[in-house]
Design a protein around this ligand. Structure first.
Ligand SMILES: CC(C)(COP(=O)(O)OP(=O)(O)OC[C@H]1O[C@@H](n2cnc3c(N)ncnc32)[C@H](O)[C@@H]1OP(=O)(O)O)[C@@H](O)C(=O)NCCC(=O)NCCS
Length: 182
């Protein structure tokens, strides 16, 4: 079977959304969940453009809300498929908030969504390969390889039995108390 290849530019997607008052939390800033939902949406669009079909969100890496977004700002989410495995794609997303009154643009965060391609029966499907045309695309592909590797290592490390029988020693300097734990 010949592998189909697509360009990074084929999946490039930008969604811009006005931050309306109903998106705000009690502190008057935009809810993190609103942004997560927008990120999921743009990741889906970019991934489905690449695989040409249905896909699902598998994992999210690197989401950090480093500066608040205000009501009235225009949030743009720029996404593209950075890396492809066999059945999954890593979509890189850059989030920027524009204050339309001042013209100031704030890069609020960048993150990576792993999306899996599925067929009508819900089974995983092979995704097209990626054509890399610029140095930055090569770097992002390499970064995607690392994200996939580290994410797998992290899952292994977090398995409960990795902490061993002496897990209490690990907690000595932590801000917790063991109650009724033998
Ligand atoms: C994630 C999922 C596809 C893994 O299925 P699986 O049969 O256990 O997967 P495998 O171990 O064979 O791996 C399949 C691919 O998923 C990737 N994968 C599996 N678990 C992963 C994880 N926790 N994080 C990132 N990637 C993961 C593997 O690296 C592999 O990628 P590749 O094909 O590009 O090399 C499956 O659990 C699933 O469908 N989950 C539900 C996703 C969903 O419905 N999301 C919507 C949110 S409600």
């Amino acid at each position: 079977m010949t592998i189909q290849y697509k360009k990074v530019s084929d999946s490039e997607t930008t969604i811009t959304e006005l931050m309306i008052p109903s998106y705000a939390n009690f502190g008057g800033k935009v809810h993190g969940g609103i942004l997560l939902s927008l990120m999921d949406k743009v990741a889906y669009v970019a991934a489905s453009k690449h695989c040409g079909g249905y896909c699902v969100t598998v994992a999210v890496e690197g989401v950090a809300f480093l500066s608040p977004i205000e009501v009235g700002e225009l949030v743009s989410l720029k996404a593209s498929v950075n890396y492809v495995g066999n059945t999954t794609m890593i979509v890189g997303i850059r989030v920027e908030a524009l204050n339309p009154k001042t013209g100031v643009v704030n890069h609020t965060n960048s993150c990576y969504f792993t999306m899996a391609a599925k067929n009508e029966l819900g089974a995983l499907e092979q995704v097209p390969g990626l054509i890399l045309e610029k140095n930055e695309q090569v770097l992002r592909f390499l970064e995607g390889m690392q994200i996939k590797k580290f994410s797998k290592e992290k899952r292994e490390l977090l398995k409960a039995d990795n902490f061993g029988e002496n897990f209490k020693e690990l907690l000595v300097h932590e801000k917790c108390k063991l109650l009724n734990i033998s």
